[in-house]
Unconditional design. Structure first.
Length: 354
């Protein structure tokens, strides 16, 4: 467990997400490691977000603070579609790719009454930097992960994904404090308790290698990290293959299939599977089976015999593999074996009385 400056202060539970994403408030997520496998503070801080941590959301595209939300405590590993957007990443020509990631679910998103623009933050820069300086004097030699840095004679947001926001900042930003206070005082904590059916559904989806996961369960075991590394590698290899054939769109977060590829005017829906074993059988979710039965242009990309690599520091990655491509993929019912069903106990969805 990393000993951050706020580790012994339960009231210091405030973070700031700095992002351009269009689904602000749904979760905080970042790769487990940056380019080259190195650790990056803005990514590593995601693991410090705990149940009932509060997150301030800064929209870096609009350059304004737009809202606040609460962490539910639900967290899991999964592959994420990611590209760093800082100046260093741009100079290096960084492009989006699938990376092993950590996701922490958020809830109770509350927008500010009026977004707080960067121009106002700059007007209050002396007060903000006074908070920083006082904190540095209290914790000499420790990294603060402060959301803002000096920029010429003004300030700008730290070029990172997640920053640590001291509580004292709220005294400088009363507009944000109002939203935070409302979130803490008016809304009860969001508690997500998975039912047995939901957990079983999640386990089937996870075993089938879906790159997105239901927001249930912890998923921090070593075998989960291996599964994520294998899925990520398979998704990237499939993306590389189909990018040579047509325009690829990632649909894995919204559909039961992973990619749409436009080839000669036809929209092909691509299922991607990765395994460390031989290409003898794969697991499918019920939605994947139904889609393969109903949609006429489905293809299957299977990357088998993937090699799992473990470094001396415990880092896990995947490489190699043999691609088996079924294009088209006519689903043969004779080769399909059901491994479980969901059964409704009553017509109204309620439990029957004894």
């Amino acid at each position: 467990m990393v000993a951050y400056w706020w580790s012994e202060r339960s009231d210091e539970n405030l973070f700031m997400e700095i992002t351009r994403r269009d689904d602000i408030g749904s979760d905080v997520k970042a790769p487990i490691a940056a380019r080259g496998g190195v650790s990056t503070p803005g990514y590593a801080l995601v693991s410090a977000v705990q149940a009932d941590s509060l997150v301030i959301h800064y929209d870096s595209a609009a350059e304004q603070i737009v809202g606040v939300s609460r962490a539910t405590g639900d967290r899991y590993n999964e592959p994420i579609w990611w590209v760093a957007r800082g100046s260093y990443a741009r100079q290096a020509g960084a492009k989006p790719e699938w990376l092993p990631g950590l996701v922490v679910a958020l809830a109770d998103y509350r927008p500010l009454a009026e977004p707080l623009p960067l121009a106002v933050l700059r007007e209050r820069r002396l007060a903000l930097f006074a908070v920083r300086d006082a904190l540095q004097a209290e914790f000499p030699g420790q990294r603060l992960y402060f959301p803002w840095i000096q920029y010429q004679d003004s300030l700008r947001t730290w070029q990172t994904y997640l920053a640590k926001c001291p509580r004292a900042v709220l005294d400088v930003l009363p507009e944000v404090k109002k939203a935070v206070d409302a979130l803490v005082e008016e809304l009860p904590p969001t508690v997500l308790t998975p039912s047995g059916v939901e957990e079983a559904t999640r386990q089937v989806a996870a075993a089938a290698g879906r790159p997105r996961a239901s927001r249930k369960g912890q998923g921090f075991a070593t075998d989960q990290r291996v599964k994520v590394a294998v899925e990520t590698h398979a998704m990237n290899e499939a993306l590389l293959y189909y990018s040579r054939l047509g325009t690829v769109t990632d649909t894995s977060r919204t559909e039961s299939f992973d990619y749409v590829v436009e080839i000669d005017g036809i929209s092909w829906h691509i299922e991607v599977k990765g395994t460390t074993g031989d290409p003898q059988e794969i697991l499918l979710t019920p939605n994947e089976v139904q889609h393969a039965e109903e949609y006429p242009h489905v293809a299957l990309f299977v990357l088998s015999n993937i090699i799992v690599n473990r470094s001396d520091e415990g880092e896990i990655s995947a490489s190699g593999g043999n691609a088996s491509i079924f294009h088209p993929w006519p689903l043969d019912q004779a080769r399909l074996s059901p491994i479980g069903y969901k059964y409704r106990l009553s017509d109204d969805g309620q439990e029957s009385e004894v």
